[in-house]
Design a protein around this ligand. Structure first.
Ligand SMILES: Nc1ccn([C@@H]2O[C@H](COP(=O)(O)OP(=O)(O)O)[C@@H](O)[C@H]2O)c(=O)n1
Length: 409
């Protein structure tokens, strides 16, 4: 990675300050691709270098496309079109003179983690090739799969940076994050009690990073297979199943008459409702519970220690269910998800909602929060898509890490 110091030297040597207005030479750009399981996105960040340790974020340009890279697992060359399209956004957003010193980086998350190493590498190689041909700065290791710990920590850094909690790092008042992707889900927060750190099942649940000459010690974990799309498959008993052509996967979480082909991660599944069994919240909860029970660790402290920001599918489904406004977001109690899940599930056959999966998704989210992480019914979550027009995503933290080398360990 280009360290903070190298990057500044780079600016000074390529861009002599005397030839430009002083404030102009203090602007720099970072391009981060998020290769998620359900889509690929580009974030173009404009920063103003301030005199304090962290720069000021001036602006973000964001674009996304579907499906994710893993949909091209068996035809990796087809993945390049989308990457090229998104790179055009970077060319439009970054002034031509800055291209050569603007880093482009892609980090893949759960979609590629769930593929075989060979298939994932073939996709990364294709992206690397497109990057190498681009006019941007392509640092070492610019196209890789990111591990789940970094995904959680970087999202925590993003949200706390955007909400202003990192600049006041001394008093360590921060917010926790809940990220529900398609393939994996992350929980990250700053524990107040030693017991929380001491009582983790394995040391992987604790990670540290340095900023402002202090070390943050976070509780963080990424559960692969517990993202919303992977959880659908696990609920249906279809995750990792063979002979997909000849099988139909049924669930009490789907409308009785539902019958459809559904694709995720480059595979297609025949799905249907279960006319021969009870449907609705209760039987559905028992089904989704199997995906959560014995899998998700309950932190020693949770409810009283932090306000949690919940985004990605937590936000999207809360919007779909009519619980929050799609632009403003809002505060919800954990019990609101359960109440709404019951409502959606009881009416799904007579009164189909936006998606036939809404009962399953809302029930899974209720179960994950309560029987998974162990939140109380009354815990308030801040449902968020953007903070000051910037996407709540690990990508911002990843760019800050790139420029500042936050030494995550
Ligand atoms: N910038 C972004 C990126 C993803 N998302 C949401 O994240 C969810 C999917 O996450 P993902 O495809 O990255 O899945 P993972 O690979 O993280 O498991 C969807 O709800 C997207 O709408 C978002 O809201 N904003």
């Amino acid at each position: 990675d280009v360290s903070f110091v190298d990057f500044n030297n780079n600016i000074n040597s390529v861009l002599p300050r005397f030839s430009r207005p002083a404030n102009h030479s203090r602007i720099f750009y970072g391009v981060m691709f998020d290769a998620g399981s359900t889509g690929t996105r580009i974030h173009v960040y404009t920063f103003i270098q301030s005199n304090s340790e962290l720069p000021v974020l001036d602006n973000e340009i964001f674009q996304s496309l579907k499906p994710g890279l893993s949909a091209y697992a068996d035809s990796p060359k087809m993945a390049t079109d989308g990457i090229r399209k998104l790179l055009k956004v970077a060319k439009k957003s970054v002034p031509r003179l800055e291209w050569k010193k603007t880093p482009v980086v892609l980090r893949a998350t759960a979609g590629l983690r769930m593929l075989s190493a060979e298939k994932a590498q073939a996709l990364l190689d294709q992206v690397q090739h497109v990057f190498d041909e681009s006019p941007f700065l392509v640092p070492d290791n610019s196209v890789t799969i990111m591990n789940g710990t970094n995904e959680g920590i970087l999202a925590w850094i993003s949200v706390n940076f955007l909400t202003g909690h990192l600049s006041a790092a001394q008093n360590k008042k921060t917010v926790g994050i809940l990220d529900l992707g398609g393939g994996s889900t992350q929980i990250t927060f700053l524990p107040k009690l030693k017991k929380t750190i001491e009582s983790v099942p394995v040391t992987d649940y604790i990670a540290r990073f340095d900023i402002f000459n202090s070390t943050f010690e976070l509780y963080t974990y990424s559960y692969l297979g517990n993202g919303l799309m992977a959880a659908r498959l696990a609920t249906l008993g279809a995750l990792g199943a063979e002979g997909l052509e000849d099988r139909v996967f049924k669930s009490s979480c789907l409308p009785k008459k539902f019958m459809e082909d559904w694709s995720f991660g480059g595979l297609t599944y025949h799905l249907s409702g279960d006319p021969g069994s009870d449907t609705g919240f209760k039987p559905c909860y028992q089904e989704v519970l199997k995906v959560v029970k014995g899998v998700i660790h309950q932190p020693y402290e949770l409810q009283d220690s932090n306000l949690f920001y919940a985004f990605s599918y937590y936000f999207d489904r809360a919007v779909d269910a009519g619980l929050i406004d799609g632009v403003q977001g809002g505060m919800l109690e954990v019990r609101d998800f359960k109440k709404k899940a019951k409502e959606v599930c009881s009416t799904m056959t007579k009164n189909p909602s936006v998606s036939p999966f809404l009962c399953m998704d809302m029930t899974y989210i209720s179960c994950l929060l309560k029987d998974g992480f162990g939140f109380k019914e009354s815990t308030v979550l801040q449902l968020t898509k953007t903070v000051n027009n910037v996407e709540a995503s690990w990508t911002l933290g990843a760019v800050l890490d790139h420029f500042h080398s936050l030494k995550i360990h």
